[in-house]
Design a protein around this ligand. Structure first.
Ligand code: AVJ
Length: 322
């Protein structure tokens, strides 16, 4: 029988401490900003799931179709004994990878990593039930913080899908990729999913949908601050803004104050003023050129083995070797 274990390297208290630090730093900066990881409480995760079903939001379905097409090639090249999945929430992509890796060879273990204990436990239990030979070992951690806690023992492939790498600015990406490189042994693999630079006429609506789901997702970060820090933001008084920054090759999401506001954050003993029209940056979602991805991977100590793209060149899967 296979057993499921979950190792916790990030407690609720750690999360609260990190949230306080991030919010103090971001809301006292000029211009103001917040890191995108705080979108994802239960409501935020639900809203993101709804985003993935929107007609305008192409990344999730594009990556899935691409993965379906090439997962056999990935599995044959990787010959992984352990699949480590960073930010494991994407259940369908996990199944595709596990099926292919099982068919192609010696898969023994699945190591999902996520910040949410409940999401992780659910995913781990489901996979264990569906793949009886597989040992499942969940790790609760912050993917940018605690890579060194990922268990070894068997040839690993670390998968980081969905395009979440785009939430990091270049310096953070270099640090993150270097961190993965440092925990891997020579010959072990990284599978990266990344959105590509495409026509802004397609890109921008993916982050500014007609139904307003992304706007609600964006404003959710203010609900999170209200709930977790006792703040008194009026989320409906912030307008959703999504712009394509062609100089940086990223989409920027912002929340724009529709009137002057003073917000109190008692947990931080902090008061923050917003001028009418002032914008708070809540996310960057960088898009890539295949060559620049290869260059960044190489700078971090990886050799790119293969890059697959969808027929419209909107999304890429990259298999790299340490
Ligand atoms: C989950 C980070 C991949 O950047 O496209 C979706 C989050 N933001 N709509 C992305 C998101 C706005 C998404 N990632």
């Amino acid at each position: 029988m296979n057993t499921v274990t979950v190792e916790i390297h990030l407690t609720d208290e750690d999360l609260t401490t990190a949230l306080r630090e991030d919010v103090r730093r971001g809301l006292t900066a000029e211009p103001k900003w917040l890191p995108p990881k705080w979108f994802y409480d239960a409501r935020g995760s639900e809203l993101f799931e709804k985003i993935t079903e929107l007609p305008e939001y192409y990344p999730t379905r594009t990556e899935k179709a691409l993965l379906e097409r090439v997962v056999g090639d990935i599995a044959r090249l990787a010959q992984a004994e352990v699949l480590v999945e960073l930010g494991a929430g994407s259940a369908t992509k996990t199944r595709l990878l596990l099926d292919a890796l099982t068919a192609a060879g010696p898969l023994k273990a699945y190591v999902p990593q996520d910040v949410s204990v409940s999401a992780l436990r659910m995913a781990a239990d489901e996979v264990a039930a569906e793949f009886p030979g597989l040992s499942v070992h969940g790790v609760v951690s912050d993917f940018t913080g605690t890579l060194d806690t990922l268990p070894g023992g068997g040839r690993r492939m670390v998968a980081f899908l969905g395009g979440t790498i785009g939430n990091l600015v270049p310096a953070e990406r270099a640090e993150f990729l270097g961190g993965i490189r440092d925990v891997l042994e020579p010959g072990e693999k990284l599978l990266l999913g990344a959105g590509l630079v495409i026509d802004p006429a397609v890109l921008v609506p993916a982050y500014d949908d007609a139904a307003g789901v992304t706007a609600e997702f964006n404003r959710n970060v203010l609900h999170v601050l209200n709930a977790r820090l006792g703040a008194n933001f009026a989320p409906e008084k912030f307008a959703h803004v999504a712009i394509w920054d062609a100089a940086h090759d990223w989409i920027e999401m912002r929340l724009q104050a529709t009137e002057p506001m003073t917000v109190h954050l008692p947990a931080l003993d902090l008061t923050v003023d917003f001028a009418a029209g002032e914008q708070l940056r809540t996310e960057i979602s960088a898009k890539f050129h295949p060559e620049t991805l290869e260059t960044e991977l190489s700078a971090a100590g990886f050799t790119t083995e293969h890059i697959w793209t969808d027929p419209d060149s909107r999304f890429a899967l990259i298999l790299a070797e340490r």
